[in-house]
Write a protein that binds this ligand. Sequence first.
Ligand code: SF4
Length: 688
Amino acid sequence: KRLEDLNVADTTCGYCAVGCRFDLYSDGEEILAARPTEDEDAPVNGISTCVKGKFGYDFVNSDDRLTTPLVRDENDEFREASWEEALDRVAEGLGGIRDEHGGDALSVIASSKATNEENYLMGKFARQVLGTNSVDNCNRLCHSSTVAGLAATYGYGAASISVEDLELADCILLTGSNTTEAHPVLATRIKQNVRDGADLLVFDPREVQIAEYATQYSRVKPGYDAVWINGITRYIVNNDLHDEAFVEERTTGFEDVKEAVQEFTPERVEEVTGVPREEIVSAAETIAEADTCVFGWTLGLTEHSHGTENVMAMANLAAVTGNLGKPGTGVSPFRGQNNVQGGGGDMGPLPDNFPGYQDIADDEIRAKFEEAWDCDISPEYGHYTTQMFLAADDERVRGMYIIGENAALSEPGVNHAEEILADLDFLVVQDLFVNETAQYADVVLPACSFVEKTGTFTNTDRTVQMVKQVMEPKGDSRPDWKILQDLANRMGRDWDYGSTAEIMEEVNSLTPLYGGVSHARVEAEGGLQWPCWDKDHPGTERLYTEEFNTDDGKAQMQAIGYSEPAELPDDEYPFTLTTGRVLYQYHTGTMTHREEGIMQYTPSDFVEIHPDTAVDYGIESGDMVRVESRRGEVTVPAQVTDRVGRDNLFVPIHFAESAVNRLTDEEHLDPAAATPEFKVSAVRIRPV
Ligand code: SF4
């Protein structure tokens, strides 16, 4: 088929939050090609794609796609149903629990794969229709500690930079970020900057691929990030290498931070983290000597029982060195799913915030939403995702509506999560596939993918971009926003949105951060970065150029002390397991497992084992190995590699057969953000 005969849409990638733009071509049945727009002015990247953005579309037309609603019959089997019947069952099931036990007995998990407009409606549906503030999303499992940590220090829980700052910086500090595999196009930009002379410092328990480009790679013992970060800060402030003018004029809390970091001498940092003392000194000097520095991280920093403190320690380091608010400076949490910034946070499917991070406990703000949505809203925060499962364990939560999230694989401690899902009084799953979570559902509703609908995504540097429909929804599947509207109306409301543009208008009217982000402007301008206060505001390339988003306009540095993981290795479980992603796969594999070409490269999970450990246990690459924690076990092939340290193991997160979250811990959560400690589990191994 010739490209000129096909439908084409200029859209935004539906995989990761880099937010590459490209043209998708379809014959109406399937996606046949993805081509970069070749628009050098595209906000983030319109000139290249990674392997997933280029080839990852077999899932759209997969025979596994759910094309009609399913309901559970009297024999406990799924049977196909009409939309009428399925929606009636959902309205009865969720409505019955609400009426008998109150809205707080219900929880909603929203989807960072869905559009901003749809996520806005997920939050509205939870509060207005179900009467619960227990609405949350996958952000809880990844960057919610970033949001909490940055909000507490700077005011906004988001990247301060534009992606181009990764190319402007004289120095980049990366930690807990397998950038090449998780954010390939960002890695390309960082590598280019390094080739042009920038310093790259990589601190990570694994010698990830981007470490090959580093000026300095330091292997860190998992779970002690605040220790080495504080050690760098200590060296800088004790040697008067900090930016005194910036600290004086634009921050508070410096003396407290200076005092708190004194215990982190290079010697102590080496003892605790394994990073040689001279590497702490050299990293500190490199950062201090650079004119500009960006501090980037992913989940290696955040998925800890003290992730928020890790982030605040990093925020302190950026502040004491004055690396904020100027080109080539700033903090950059690299967000994971395509729309976790917008859908997962900005649009307010959150237990504590309305859209735009407006606190539900604030009477004035709550009154604004109560009036707009015509409902009463409790000032009490709802359950975070991780807490929903704990609450369901003792029947405080009895029903769940899970949209585009494969909780049966992605929650920590999934052996327990599976039991909880099975015991719910009523479970609705809305997805493209009958995924592992749907196996426990009473009703499964067929949603459609990003190529089958129009709306917006917000990427990792706060840029809102258009997502455009290029083919009709497969079978009888429907966009999430239409399903939510039908359900809301069945449950007594009167929603009448004719398009996602209309939904965004409602967002604009209620959400100052997105006040000027209309579809018309995003379309015309290619993208808009929030805050964008009104229709004349140009958007915000970089945060904190003038002041921080705090009461006094200054960064509120926080004194951070010593912390350690909740579960330490011991004689019984002597290794520390970390989990993560690989280039060719995506999350729990619902999309990428349907890609024949992609599956050839990574057909299964594996366990990375250090060569010395392999010798000790008589293990060779390819041997099957059982990995056991106090919570469960998985069996995976070994990859013997010195990418991991002697006492560490690594298993990816992508396959149900070896669901690594059988090993992880659902109980020890970050106290501020409720993020689980995916990056540290004590485990043991045995050859099978
Ligand atoms: Fe898509 Fe991310 Fe790859 Fe860009 S880097 S093409 S946004 S998956």
